[in-house]
Ligand binder design. Structure first.
Ligand code: OXD
Ligand code: MN
Length: 605
């Protein structure tokens, strides 16, 4: 149970022990901020305290400045609308860099820039970039306050949208000064939207300096620096140095009818349904029997082995930055409840009465609205009202099924890790790896069809090891080795599974209903972790027999289930060949465990 603050209450700042935020910043913080002020030359500096009043004032100011539109406050209390620059709607992986002294530290899957050259280049861009603008000082903590893994960051930004979003997405404000004390161990996050020109857009990470410099984008993943930049790229590097893990995972609690509670972490690539799975509502018969799902997080998990050798996890974030299109009361009722109030909507459709709309919100589209670019939209106009990567930014405390341990500094013990991708073909609904080392191979070779969360072609299979490909702060060779090493710190490691909710038949129809029905797969997974479910050995791993998955009331037969679970050996051979794309990048650096697992898989076919 939570030892921290009551998660059902909105997060509020610590009492101001010692005056203004400015006075509470330690010497190292003040020195660094002054350097950034000298570089960026803002007209004004605003130190933020993270209070709800302050967030309200940011929205008021944003409405005046044209950054936000106030939405219909009767329908959507506390909600605001933001339209981004049209060239700035998704993460830009080709403009994201790991900046180190030598290229090997970044590895073959990252864009690398020499750290000195990167500082010089970006210094040129940041120089004077905040003239005529306000610099917001955002102190924040990633992780429950007091957790052994909680990390302090300070973001300096000239974007009010970023300031308001960070106040939702992180534990922002005076709590950070308390957590930091006299230490100089904080992530130095400098951000400017610049002139939002993709030719001058750089998202640069300096893991050795615990520093992030982001220029030229206001998009969440590029600009809310606590999220992908700190909590994944910088944190993955820190975790490798300090024996913990930062992963692109959701974290959920599952209570079974006997009252037994388990926690599950799951890594799916961007826009593959982590938020939906983390907020899953079990089918009626499961609810009636007493099953209950609760959310700890929907995007990022930090994990460490405790003194008893158990893997424990926290969610470092305090909000959800979720994909809007497709979200509705059928697909994710809990998300719909979350975004009813105190939410920022970015790049959705805007209705004449100040409500919002997006593709998939309702079956019948509205007669008209303004689309995400501000143009008049009608159902027959041939354009989308909402951008496919339009987003909601909502506080975690809005979630009706927020887990009571969400704010617990000690985190929760993890029983199962699930990897999953979006795969139309080849990959069955669910299988369990033979052991941790095999599970790491399954995660390392994870493939998924690309989505709108990043710029680039949509729908092509790309290898996305542990769903971390865009979020690694160091060499993938060392990252995979780190996963193998973590095994040695654990007495009873979580069991590792793979799922694919997206397999299609020859007619192009989904073979599994997904959403709440995924509970049936989760039940088998949890029973496996407790030695309570049968499985058969297959070339891919342990798989349920059709009778091991509860199909009651689903309208699927045992042979339908057998079809979604079927393994076609020729297709698996092609899959192994397509994994070479990743292995060749690693060339002579592939950890030996990966090579052995690959050989074992081939020998099982
Ligand atoms: C995200 C992403 O926004 O993965 O979470 O792109
Ligand atoms: Mn993500």
């Amino acid at each position: 149970m939570a030892k921290g603050t009551d998660p059902t209450k909105a997060h509020s700042p610590a009492p101001a022990a010692g005056g203004s935020p400015e006075a509470r910043a330690n010497e190292a913080v003040r020195r660094w901020i002054q350097e950034c002020i000298d570089l960026c030359q803002p007209d004004k500096v605003v130190w933020c305290n993270g209070s709800l009043d302050e967030r309200k004032q940011m929205f008021e100011q944003g409405v005046k400045d044209g950054v936000f539109i106030r939405l219909n406050q009767e329908k959507l209390p506390g909600c605001y609308y933001h339209r981004s620059n049209q060239n700035d709607v998704a993460r830009t992986e080709h403009l994201t860099f790991i900046c180190t002294a030598n290229e090997d530290a970044a590895g073959p899957t990252n864009n690398w820039m020499d750290a000195k050259a990167a500082y010089a280049k970006l210094r040129g861009l940041f120089k004077g970039c905040m003239k005529g603008r306000t610099m917001y000082v955002l102190p924040f903590v990633m992780g429950p306050i007091g957790s052994p893994l909680a990390k302090v960051g300070i973001e300096l930004t000239d974007s009010l949208y970023v300031a308001a979003s960070m106040s939702i997405m992180t534990r922002m404000g005076d709590v950070a000064w308390d957590q930091l004390g006299d230490s100089d161990e904080f992530t130095r996050c400098l951000h400017s939207v610049g002139d939002v020109n993709p030719d001058r857009r750089y998202i640069c990470h300096f893991p050795k300096d615990n520093t992030i410099w982001s220029f030229g984008s206001g998009y969440g993943g590029n600009a809310l620096l606590g999220k992908k930049c700190l909590a994944l790229r910088i944190a993955s590097y820190l975790g490798q140095q300090q024996n913990w893990m930062a992963e692109h995972m959701l974290l959920m609690g599952v209570r079974d009818p006997s009252g037994h509670k388990s926690y599950v972490a799951a890594a799916f690539p961007s826009a593959c349904g982590k938020t939906n799975f983390a907020m899953l509502i079990p089918p009626d018969q499961y609810k009636q029997a007493g099953w209950q799902i609760t959310t700890l997080g929907d995007d990022i998990v930090w994990m460490w082995a405790d003194k008893d050798g158990r893997l424990r996890a926290i969610n470092p974030e305090a909000g959800y930055f979720g994909v809007v299109p497709g979200t509705n009361y059928q697909t994710n009722p809990n998300a719909m409840e979350c975004i009813k109030r105190d939410t920022i909507y970015t790049n959705v459709g805007l209705l004449p009465d100040g409500d919002v709309w997006w593709e998939g919100k309702t079956e019948d589209p509205p007669r008209e609205c303004l689309d995400w670019t501000g143009q008049k939209w009608t159902p027959d106009c041939g354009r989308k009202a909402a951008h496919p990567n339009s987003r909601f930014t909502a506080p975690a405390v809005n979630n009706p099924v927020l887990d009571p341990a969400y704010d617990d500094p000690d985190g929760v013990p993890v029983s199962a890790i699930i990897f999953g991708g979006r795969r139309s073909r080849t990959i069955p609904l669910v299988f369990q790896s033979f052991n941790w080392v095999h599970g790491v191979y399954v995660g390392a070779t994870l493939g998924s069809e690309t989505t709108a969360a990043a710029t680039g072609q949509v729908g092509v299979v790309r290898r996305d090891p542990m769903a971390m490909l865009p979020f690694l702060g160091y060499n993938i060779r060392d990252y995979l080795t780190h996963w193998f090493r973590m095994r040695k710190r654990m007495k009873d490691p979580p069991r590792i599974f793979h799922v694919n909710w997206f397999r299609k038949n020859d007619q192009g129809r989904f073979m599994w209903p997904g959403f709440g029905e995924n509970m049936r797969v989760l039940e088998w997974i949890l029973n496996r972790t407790r030695g309570r479910a049968a499985a058969v050995e297959t070339p891919l791993g342990w798989m349920p027999r059709p009778e091991d998955i509860n199909l009651d009331g689903l309208g699927m037969t045992a042979s339908d289930l057998a079809a979604v679970q079927s393994i076609d050996i020729d297709e698996v051979k092609s899959e192994i060949v397509s994994q070479e794309e990743l292995f060749l990048k690693l060339a002579g650096d592939l950890p030996k465990e990966i090579i052995f697992q690959r050989e074992l898989l081939i020998s099982r076919l």
